[in-house]
Design a protein around this ligand. Structure first.
Ligand code: XUL
Length: 572
């Protein structure tokens, strides 16, 4: 009889739960789609959009009802014996916050299958605010400005908390709620993030914030590894520290059992009373926990936008990306770089190429041929294509092309167009990949500080770092990763020393939760997370891609200087 481990994923549009067995295989999968299955909350894409004020909220009552529903499905729609579930963990959309009343904190400890559903016992009195801000909320520009200004600017805030101020981050959100809804704020005896909201309901008691999640608040001092008094004081010097249980934050250095599952789930759904609950984390952190990633491994999500997640032991904060304490590997960080231009920008170039040249039934044929065409000489060309305002670098929507001197890297001429659109197809993929290469360079280990200094964004580093550091493995995910030409070009530019992989990740957040629960349950100090996963991981589920040629990687280094110069010309 196998042990089972549950991993939850409370994301924007659904809650999902996976169960894995002793062999790390998925044995059950259930989900509840909010708009469809809980349509009486009238959410669109799981959220409510405020009336033109940038507010984007999620109803907490919907999540509470969804939790009962998903446990119901686990017990009736799957074959697993829930009394064999040994441990539970999971992940949630990052940054959101849930506001608990005194009654709510009390009601959690008294949850009972005899008292009706979770909703009957928690709604509406458990929450001072019926909704939780969603990560798409953009109502906090004023609060972000204040936080940055008080500490000396975006770089300074990034140095303390791993990120500059962001509209969706919990600190600015709490600050706005305190200002706009003073009664709700006052009535909130505890403020949890969404991750420790979910673990609290499952454990039947308020559980503190997990450290890697705390890094998504703009309040946590990563070097000191504690909530920053200075930052909390800007929002509320009196009560915030106690509301967020700042002295009880859960360290990621080793697994910490939060307690056993609430008797409610034992009696109602047949869970084992000894089932252990381990801290839940953010969805992006759980994604890296779904793979045996180590220092210098990179995951690139080629979706509508491009997101880079990587494991690093270098704490080199920048206002242009995020650093979070790694959820399972001590003294490591997860870096997250979010670009707004990804697939849409490539598709625009593809469409104009097809318009000019006509195309057959495969809209990608001409584009892909151009990307891989060795006769299309882009060695002295550089260009950026940002149909949307870009985050990295932080600039308005723009396009720019230039010809440069291959020997010196100096830009010779800015041009309106290259000879034809085929160059743009090749160039957009090259420059998207090159931008990733330039931004991950400071976060990779090794390399020397020799050579000319080259600046991207706020940081200037020596050419030695760009020229000598390589990622170990690169894992490609997301829609764009299905395109062979695109991943081949990214692989050439990034030059992973230990291989390139492609995988599908529909379940990665929940799976990361299962693996974390499993590892935490078996934890021994001499089996760190990456080692536990590496030896047990179903490698056959990944597709290994060809390794790239070192000469390609070196020749793309010629474009580091011109890309930096070209970006410096773009206006903010
Ligand atoms: C990350 C972020 C999103 C949400 C999505 O900073 O805001 O990825 O976590 O659920």
């Amino acid at each position: 009889m196998s042990n089972y481990f549950l991993g939850f994923d409370l994301s924007t549009q659904q809650i999902k739960c996976l169960a894995t067995n002793d062999q790390l295989e998925i044995v059950a999968q259930v989900n509840v789609e909010f708009d469809k299955e809980l349509s009486h909350y009238n959410t669109h894409g799981g959220v409510y959009q405020g009336p033109g004020n940038g507010v984007v909220d999620c109803p907490v009552a919907m999540w509470i009802e969804a939790l009962d529903k998903i446990f119901e499905k686990l017990s009736s729609d799957t074959n697993i014996d829930l009394s064999n579930v040994r441990a539970i963990s999971g992940s949630c959309q990052q940054h959101g916050s849930v506001y608990w009343t005194e009654e709510g904190i009390e009601a959690l400890t008294k949850l009972s299958a005899n008292l009706g559903s979770l909703s009957d016992q928690l709604i509406p009195d458990a929450f001072a605010r019926p909704t939780a801000p969603n990560w798409q909320d953009h109502s906090t520009a004023k609060q972000c400005e204040i936080l940055e200004k008080e500490v000396g600017g975006p770089d300074e805030l990034a140095t303390i908390t791993g990120s500059r101020a962001h509209l969706r981050f919990t600190g600015p959100q709490i600050m706005r709620i305190k200002e706009d809804e003073p009664i709700n704020y006052q009535n909130s005896l505890a403020i949890t993030m969404i991750s420790n909201f979910l673990s609290s309901v499952i454990a039947g008691k308020i559980t503190p914030i997990e450290e890697s999640e705390a890094c998504g608040m703009n309040l946590y001092d990563i070097k000191k590894r504690e909530f920053s008094r200075q930052l909390m004081d800007i929002i509320d010097p009196d009560a915030l520290a106690s509301k967020i249980m700042s002295d009880k934050t859960i360290s990621c250095d080793k697994p910490k059992c939060l307690g056993l599952i609430s008797p409610y789930f034992v009696v109602k759904y047949g869970l084992n009373p000894q089932c252990k609950i381990f801290p839940f984390t953010g969805d992006n952190m759980a994604t890296i926990c779904s793979l045996p990633l180590r220092k210098d491994d990179v995951m690139i999500s080629l979706g509508t936008s491009t997101t880079v997640l990587m494991v690093t032991d270098q704490y080199r904060p920048s206002a242009n990306y995020h650093l979070f304490i790694h959820p399972t590997i001590p003294n490591h960080y997860m870096a997250m770089i979010c670009y707004s231009n990804g697939a849409l920008a490539r598709e625009r170039v593809r469409d104009s190429l097809n318009e000019e040249n006509g195309h057959d039934s495969d809209p990608w044929r001409l584009f892909d041929e151009a990307v891989l065409d060795p006769k299309l000489d882009t060695s002295n060309k550089i260009g950026v294509y940002f149909p949307l305002a870009e985050i990295v670098p932080r600039v308005k929507a723009t396009e720019k092309r230039a010809i440069f001197d291959i020997k010196t890297g100096a830009i010779q001429e800015y041009v309106e167009k290259f000879n034809n659109r085929f160059y743009d197809a090749k160039m957009i993929v090259e420059s998207q990949a090159l931008s990733c290469r330039a931004r991950i360079a400071p976060l990779l280990s090794g390399g020397s500080t020799t050579g000319k200094k080259v600046r991207f964004d706020y940081e200037e580093i020596a050419m030695g770092e760009y020229l000598e550091k390589k990622p170990k493995r690169v894992f490609y995910v997301g829609g764009g990763s299905k395109n062979n030409a695109i991943v081949a070009k990214f692989s050439e530019v990034l030059g992973a020393s230990q291989g390139n992989y492609r995988l599908e990740t529909p379940n990665s957040c929940a799976l990361g939760g299962c693996f974390k629960a499993h590892w935490s349950y078996l934890y021994t100090a001499d089996e760190p997370y990456d080692k536990f996963l590496e030896s047990n991981f179903p490698w056959h589920s990944l597709e290994q891609l060809p390794t790239s040629d070192d000469r390609d990687w070196l020749s793309f280094a010629n474009k580091i200087v011109p890309l930096s110069s070209l970006e410096a010309q773009l206006v903010d």
